[in-house]
Design a protein around this ligand. Structure first.
Ligand code: ME8
Length: 537
């Protein structure tokens, strides 16, 4: 992502017709890990709140959809009661996932609705909105309008949910999307990372070549109570603003204030492939019409699936919050975060949520990886040096680092800044492997049999291991903040708030472990899991 003083990171705002599941938690987690990485990179933590003034991470809920009204009625409550109830569920789910969002927007809040009206008025003034007739198709499950061609291609069922499309003949206000075709194309050409991953960018470019039609941005208000839910068009109470237009504006409305305006434009909008067109085409065109800067990147990940099948209500195969909680309870929340971030559908390929894979990754990366490595090193420091970092030879450990591990930090930075989180954590994990290799190669436990002769060498080896683990732990912390904080406590190396990542990750630098520093053995960070055990539920 381009280097800017401020970094603004968003997730989709989720529909409140139902409760959150793994998909919602996953996208918000990607945003959380990215936000934590940027806070660390910039090192400008505000000590009172633990929040940096340079990173702003937003999530929230999209509340004016028709399905909120239907769902509320089915539960004998009003739409706002239903929205309140489910928005609270989303807040709880993200708190459980330890997501560090700086704000949570609900589209029923005045601070949002008043801004939406102002944006629509502005578009009207600029001549980008007109009243016209819509004849086409509507996907009620996705709240999405489809052209005749797109509907035909999809066999007149929703491409996302498979539900039949509904034919619509309506009077609507339209946004002149067609006027932005060339500008959008030029923007894509000039900004190769505007849509990521590459496969998704090509998909949008392909559709863009097919031409753009103007889109409805309002829906009629009738006697049907469903049609009365939403923000009314300015000066025309017979129309309400189409829920997608209302929703997209959340990214702008929340930071369009004197205190937050420096965050605009967003560094990244994290979304999944289902809502790519809205974010990659409609949203940037609206922003162009408003004369606002465009987000740097729209990152559209693939889907979590289960046993190779799409998760859906009808199949009843969602990985629910309850399942996620059971995993967190058994293996720790950070282990769950690690599995989701490193094995999830971040690229263009769907990922299967699999218990066997979870246990395999947990044992390999965590129990036998960082966990075991930290235990081995602290145990030896305890045994041979009474739990204190021994006097070591800087030149020895520097040479070892330079020859085996020095590329890990730059690889991590490059991957994280390109939003390839799995690759970033792979670079961090490679340091753990380097430590294991150093121990297998030099066998400090054998050398320690004759401390008189080999004491200095054992000291060098263990200091090098401890310092490498410290650096790995900093890099792993955006994914596993709690476990890494536990390690820092035990090792007396809690990073001073406000220290930038590169400084913290300087090997044998100002924040390095020091001779005499107490390194407590502590409990194992991750207990080994038995692959034969049944999945937690
Ligand atoms: O579309 N795998 O809300 P929504 C991974 N309100 N991620 C998934 C997923 C899965 N199986 N299922 C859902 C909306 N998601 C609109 C958005 S934004 C201005 C308005 C995640 O509740 C993923 O982020 O249907 C996807 O884009 C989002 O949930 C859709 O959430």
């Amino acid at each position: 992502m381009p280097e800017r003083a401020q970094t603004y990171i968003t997730t989709p705002i989720y529909y409140v017709n139902d409760r959150p599941h793994i998909g919602h938690c996953y996208t918000t987690l990607l945003a959380d890990v990215t936000a934590r990485f940027y806070r660390l990179l910039k090192g400008s933590t505000d000590t009172d709140t633990g929040r940096t003034p340079d990173v702003f991470f937003l999530t929230g809920t999209d509340e004016h959809a028709d399905k909120v009204v239907t769902s509320a009625a089915a539960h004998s409550v009003t739409p706002i009661q239903w929205a309140d109830q489910n928005a609270a569920e989303f807040k709880k789910a993200f708190a459980f996932m330890n997501c560090s969002n700086d704000d949570f927007i609900r589209t029923t809040e005045d601070r949002h609705t008043s801004k939406v009206l102002a944006y629509i008025r502005e578009l009207q003034k600029k001549g980008d909105i007109y009243l016209g007739d819509y004849v086409g198709w509507f996907d009620e499950s996705q709240e999405e309008y489809l052209t005749e061609t797109a509907a035909k291609e999809a066999n007149f069922v929703s491409p996302v949910t498979g539900k039949p499309l509904v034919k619509k003949v309506e009077k609507n206000y339209f946004f002149k999307l067609s006027a932005y075709q060339d500008k959008l194309k030029a923007h894509f050409d000039k900004n190769p990372t505007f849509v990521l991953p590459e496969a998704r960018r090509n998909e949008v470019l392909g559709r863009l070549r097919g031409g753009l039609q103007d889109i409805p941005i309002s829906r009629a208000v009738t006697a049907d109570p469903t049609s009365q839910w939403g923000i009314k068009m300015p000066d025309d109470p017979t129309h309400r603003i189409y829920v997608w237009i209302d929703a997209l504006f959340n990214y702008l409305s929340v930071v369009d204030t004197p205190e937050r305006k420096q965050f605009w434009p967003p560094a990244v909008h994290f979304i999944a492939k289902d809502i790519l067109w809205f974010h990659a085409v409609i949203w940037p065109a609206l922003l162009m019409a408003l004369g606002r800067a465009l987000p740097a990147t729209v990152y559209s990940h693939a889907y979590w699936v289960r046993d190779g099948r799409k998760m859906s209500k009808s199949l009843g195969n969602f990985v629910t919050i309850e399942v996620l909680k059971a995993y967190a309870q058994k293996y720790s929340l950070d282990a769950l975060r690690w599995y989701l971030v490193t094995q999830g559908p971040q690229g263009a390929t769907d990922a299967d949520f699999s218990h066997a894979k979870f246990v395999e990754v947990y044992n390999a990366d965590l129990a036998n990886g960082i966990g075991n490595c930290a235990s081995r090193v602290s145990n030896m420091i305890e045994k041979y040096f009474e739990g204190k970092v021994p006097e070591f030879q800087s030149t020895w450990i520097d040479r070892r680092w330079e020859t085996t591990s020095a590329d890990a930090v730059p690889r991590y930075l490059e991957a994280a800044q390109s939003l390839d989180l799995a690759a970033a954590f792979e670079a961090a994990s490679s340091l753990i492997k380097d430590v294991d290799d150093l121990i297998s190669e030099t066998k400090p436990f054998t050398l320690a049999k004759d401390m008189q002769a080999n004491g200095q060498e054992v000291a060098n080896i263990l200091a090098c291991c401890a310092e490498s683990i410290r650096i790995a732990s900093i890099m792993l912390s955006p994914a596993m903040p709690q476990k890494m904080a536990e390690l820092w406590q035990a090792w007396n190396c809690v990073p001073a708030p406000g220290t930038p990542l590169q400084e913290l990750c300087a090997f044998n630098g100002p924040h390095a472990i020091k001779p005499g520093q107490r390194i407590a053995k502590g409990a194992a960070l991750f207990m080994r899991a038995d692959p034969a055990e049944t999945p937690p539920a």
